[in-house]
Design a protein around this ligand. Structure first.
Ligand code: NAD
Ligand code: UD1
Length: 337
């Protein structure tokens, strides 16, 4: 198939481009580089062994998106492009609704006009909000507690309404838990701008000496060691799930909503210990207060992804930590290294 990957220069998108090309698909990347670097492209081409057409376009420019869909004879779209920082979304909610929600509507309208009928969407465990549930299945009630999460909820509903109205249009909604790690080559990985918000990139920068120590946000949560629990999954497993979801849309011609996680929860201290063990180094850290907006525990029930897609995570925490560190240590300044 000819597949357009929006946000294909970003962290998860870049890994997915390779997973799709490995299955023989032709991929076109669309990105405005608002949170990524064009320098990822030659690395992707080297890893794939093939050129990858790149369109520097903003999603909200629907006419140009339509031209891209038609000129590249696109059969399916995998839609990663979005802004994703929770804190920033509270400060600039309108920018988030415009970029994420209006951007998706503009893309879907362009797809409708170009008669492109297959769509895979990056949703998030954020759609479950602050929940008491131990593990989250797809029918756990949804309620987002910040503007970023609300953009994902709204887009899910827009997609469902569109699917109901046009039964030829088939969509997969994939709710990611906490993707970490990097391609085993160490050539592509997560390249956050400024101070990382997330645990794994911060851990990597402490390990490289770029940051003095890791602040552990709270040890008074009702968890075995008091620190927050998350379901971390390897980005390579997540990338593969997109190719699987596309196969499902093609072979079953049904819509799909699945959680993507490992089904096991790890604490912040578990992650520090795994990182130290995998990479044979020490992570200086101190416990500080909770981060506002954090939830105690987020863990997927990945049963439906296994049942429908035969998808399961294959990498353990040690591999996630080893691959994240390989990327960081080979590229201390990310794509500017
Ligand atoms: P990322 O920021 O690395 O990638 C997103 C890409 O989209 C970037 O390259 C950015 O330049 C591009 N982009 C943003 N707005 C655009 C626009 N209007 N037009 C064109 N390009 C645009 O993020 P990521 O971590 O790879 O996340 C990918 C998707 O997965 C996002 O939708 C995110 O919300 C979702 N998600 C991510 C995580 C995570 O932990 N990383 C968890 C759950 C869901
Ligand atoms: C955060 C985002 C979420 C996003 C996800 C992946 C918030 C509130 N949520 O989720 O929208 O989908 O990242 O991009 O920002 N931690 C520390 N010290 C740190 C960083 C994190 O102790 O320096 C802890 C956190 O308190 C949490 C765990 O590590 O318990 C994981 O944090 P993080 O990687 O930021 O992911 P989420 O909080 O799940």
């Amino acid at each position: 198939m000819n597949i357009l990957v929006t946000g294909g220069a970003g962290y998860i998108g870049s890994h997915t481009v390779l997973a799709l090309m490995e299955r023989g698909h032709h991929v076109v990347v669309l990105d405005n580089f608002s949170n990524s670097s064009p320098k990822v492209m030659p690395r992707l081409e080297a890893l794939a062994g093939n050129p990858i057409p790149l369109c520097q376009v903003d999603l909200r420019d629907g006419d140009t998106v339509f031209d891209v869909l038609v000129s590249h004879k696109i059969d399916a779209v995998i839609h990663f492009a979005a802004l994703k920082a929770v804190g920033e979304s509270c400060e600039q909610p309108l920018q988030y609704f415009d970029n994420n929600v209006s951007g998706t509507i503009s893309l879907l309208l362009a797809m409708q006009k170009a008669n492109v009928l297959r769509f895979v969407f990056s949703s998030s465990a954020m759609v479950y909000g602050d929940t008491e549930h131990e593990t989250l299945s797809e029918n756990t009630p949804r309620s987002a507690n910040n503007p970023y999460g609300r953009t994902k909820l709204m887009i899910e509903e827009i997609i469902q309404d569109h699917c109901a109205a046009d039964t030829n249009f088939k969509a997969a909604i994939l709710r990611y838990f906490n993707p970490v790690g990097a391609h085993p080559s160490g050539m592509i990985g997560e390249d956050p701008r400024g101070t990382p918000n997330n645990l794994m990139p911060y851990l990597c920068q402490v390990a490289s000496g770029k940051r003095e120590k890791l602040s552990v946000f709270g040890n008074d949560y009702p968890t075995p060691d008091g620190t927050g629990l998350r379901d971390y999954l390897h980005v390579m497993d997540l990338a593969r799930a997109h190719a699987d979801a596309l196969d499902y849309l093609q072979s079953q011609s049904k819509n799909l909503t699945v959680n993507l996680g490992t089904g096991s929860a790890s604490s912040v201290l578990d992650m520090i210990h795994a990182f130290e063990q995998a990479n044979k180094l020490k992570i200086p850290h101190e416990i500080i207060g909770r981060r506002p907006g954090d939830v105690t525990r987020l863990c997927a029930d990945p049963g439906l992804a296994k049942e429908l897609l035969s998808w399961e995570s294959r990498h353990d925490l040690l591999q996630m930590c080893a691959d994240a560190w390989r990327w960081q240590s080979k590229n201390p300044e990310g794509y500017n290294s």
